[in-house]
Design a protein around this ligand. Structure first.
Ligand code: PGA
Length: 247
């Protein structure tokens, strides 16, 4: 099974910056380890350009969000159909920034996941606890609730197209990644939960302050199927270093 290295660009990069990223990224070609599946999530406005840049490569492109209706009077929203239409193959759903700044509940995320899967998009579903929750020893309960509600109604077949990203909120963008042992505990908990409750399995990524110097700690863990990288994916050089370090 190939390990996944995914780049979440968040609200960064114009079209010309996207072009220049891929130009630089191609120059790191020797670093594009065959052992990894690379997925890049640009902002909506750069997806078409990114898809074009990645034609005839194995790099996949995804969107950072989608809406749960197909079309209609939903000003500002973009549907799963539209994302598929421009050549993206993945979508990130349940990211903590969407939960926090855009008030996305487990129920909304669940509807989006169903819609994305119906439209043949693969989903990277994010879960993760706050520092407070960790301090109170409630990590497993928290993650269990997010998974139970977020993945409600999915079939065993659906799980082939679901990747789960464990991203502790306090580790995102802070430079303080979780230690590998604690990440491993949560990942193992998720695996067991999926097996017990959905009779399914899924690739599980770690995300939160991943950099080239901590990649090996996470990738060395048997149950971690890859990484979701934010800040360190914005430069082609540092993203390529991460891919190299994970090979
Ligand atoms: P970070 O973001 O790598 O900048 O911590 C990860 C994410 O939000 O997916």
């Amino acid at each position: 099974m190939k390990k996944i290295i995914a780049a979440n660009w968040k609200m960064n990069k114009t079209i010309s910056e996207t072009k220049s990223f891929f130009h630089n990224f191609r120059n790191q070609s020797s670093l594009l380890a065959e052992g990894c599946e690379i997925i890049i999530f640009p902002p909506f406005t750069s997806i078409v350009e990114a898809v074009r840049e990645c034609e005839n490569t194995d790099i996949k492109i995804g969107a950072q969000n989608c809406y749960y209706e197909s079309s209609g009077a939903f000003t500002g929203e973009i549907s799963a159909e539209m994302i598929r239409d421009i050549g993206a193959e993945y979508v990130i759903l349940g990211h903590s920034e969407r939960r926090k700044y855009f008030c996305e509940t487990d129920e909304i995320i669940n509807k989006k996941i169903h819609k994305a899967l119906k439209n043949s998009l693969k989903v990277i579903f994010c879960v993760g606890e706050s520092f407070e929750t960790r301090k109170n020893g409630k990590v497993n309960e928290w993650i269990e609730r997010q998974i139970k509600n977020g993945l409600k109604g999915l079939s065993k077949e659906n799980f082939k197209n679901i990747v789960i990203a464990y991203e502790p909120i306090w580790a995102i963008g802070t430079g303080k990644a979780i230690n590998a042992e604690s990440a491993d505990e949560v990942v193992k908990f998720i695996k067991k939960y999926l097996a017990d409750n959905f009779d399914s399995e899924s690739v599980i990524l770690y995300g939160g302050s991943v950099k080239s110097d901590n990649v090996r700690e996470f990738m060395g863990l048997e149950d971690i199927g890859g990484l979701l990288v934010g800040g360190a994916s914005l430069s082609a050089e540092s993203f390529a270093e991460i891919i190299f370090a994970s090979g």
